[in-house]
Design a protein around this ligand. Sequence first.
Ligand SMILES: [Mg+2]
Length: 212
Amino acid sequence: MVTQAILFDMDGTLYKSQAIRTKFAEAAYYTLAKEKSISLDSARQSIEQKRDSMKVHYGQSVPYTLTLQSLGIPIAVWHEYNIDYFDPGEYLKSDPLLEKSLKILKAHFTLAVITNNNHIQTQRTLKAIGVNGFFDSVFTYNSYHILKPDPAFFMRAAEDLKVAINACCCVGDRYDIDLKPAKAIGMSVLEVQGPEDIYDLPHRFLQGDQTV
Ligand SMILES: [Mg+2]
């Protein structure tokens, strides 16, 4: 099936920022510390120990959202702390090369974002990197209250985009979270290391080399 829609993961895919990774981790430690009335240091230790034990299921680099959920923090609570803790816009700048690439892709494909992040942080991020106008749809945790790697998230997104599952291609930086479940339901997938791998996507997609 020819690709009709490209679904991009956001964090680590459309931008890469060590400062935001650090803020994200700090926000997670702060949330657990506040919610469980423990020290920041104990919170950091329990979160990182939990992440290590979850690697078996989720591969390397287990998302903080899934880690906090497994430690009993409701996702809505985590998102409230996260939104208050930092504004990604303060650490990001516009990416003209990404913009250029998405502009070309948009002329040929339906483009969407599919992220476990919340709506507010997602909008702040897309605006800061200068690409918020390029997506037909932006699916966040707030869309269906489902998180990747649940395949239901990908299915619902395809349904809302009105594009057949096998005409969707998912692009992401974490295979086990962003791509493995998409592949399992019949989407094509493309693993990237960051935005620099997206600069070349028009060339790859428009040459017909669409899957990995
Ligand atoms: Mg990612």
